[in-house]
Design a protein around this ligand. Sequence first.
Ligand SMILES: [Zn+2]
Length: 315
Amino acid sequence: MYERIAQEMVEPGSVRRFLGERTRCRYCGVTDLSAFGKRTNAHTFPAALGNRTLFSLDECRACNGEFSVYEDALCKAVGPFLTLGGVRGRTGVRKTGLSGSKSTMRHAILEGKRQLSIKAEGDANRLVGINEATGLIKLTMPVEGDVFVPLYAYKALMKIGLSMLPFEELPRFKGAIDSLADRNAKPHGGPLQVGFSYAFVGNAPPALAGTLLRRRDIGSRSPYMIFLLMAGSVCFQVWLHSDDLDAHVPEAGRLGFRCEAQLPKPEGGYFPITYSDPLQFDWSDMAPRLQPFEAFELTFNPQTTEGSFEPIPRR
Ligand SMILES: [Zn+2]
C-alpha cells in the first residue's frame, strides 16, 4: 500500500553527510549564496535530538532561525525521554523539571557510567512498590517537564519530513511549505494528527531515522505521504498533506504504523526494539500545554539490575 521513497539515518559513528544544494532554499526560495551561511548551519534532524552529522544545504539561515522555534517545541514535548535516554543536545543532556516543581530528573556520566537522578515529592508508599511474587520493584516517577506549543511541535515534524522530500514532490506541498514562514499559520484545516509511540528502553541509543512513505494507489482513501521519525526511544508519525492528492482522504483515520528498529548499543552491535501501538495526539493547538506524559514507571529487577521505563500518558 505504501512505498518508501526516502530514508535518512544517523547513529554514533556516522560520517558527515549533506542533503540538497545551496542553490535555492526549499522553503523560501532564496537563491543568493550569501543567505545560506556555513554548510553545517541547518541540521536535518534537530541537534537537540542528538544529530551531529546530517545537514541540509538547501535551508537558508533565515528559515533555519525561524524553524528553531518549532524544534524547541518538539524537544520540550519529548523532554523527559531525552533526559531518561541521556540524549546529548548542543549543551549536554536535557534536564527535566524546573527547580521548585514537584519532580526533577538529571542525567550525568560518572566514571564512565550513566547516572540518572530523580527527585520526586510525594508519599513514598505510593511511589514505590514491590511485587512479592516476582521480586520486581516498581517506582512511579511523576514528571512535569516543560510546556510546549503543540502547533509548533507539529510543524517541526512536518518540516523534517519536507526536508527529505524528493525535489519533484515539492510542488505538491506548497501549502505545508508556506505555513512554515508564518509561525502561527496552520498547514491545513482539521486536526494536526501525530502518532506517538515509544519503546521500553532506559538507555535510548542516540540514533535517528526519518522515513517518507508514499501511497502506491493514487485513488486510495489513505494519506498520500506519511513521515516517520524515530528518535531513540520515541517514534512519531505525521501525515504530510499534499495540495492536490488528499482532498478525498477522511480526516478521522488514525496513524497506526507499527514501528520496529535496530538500535545501536553504546558498546557496539545492535538490539531490536518494537515501539508501542501509537497514541494519537492532535497538535493543532496554539495554547501552550504540558508535555504529554504525567509519570514514568520504572520496573527494576534487583537480581539482574535490569530496568525498563514505561511512560504514563497524561489523562
Ligand atoms: Zn529560506
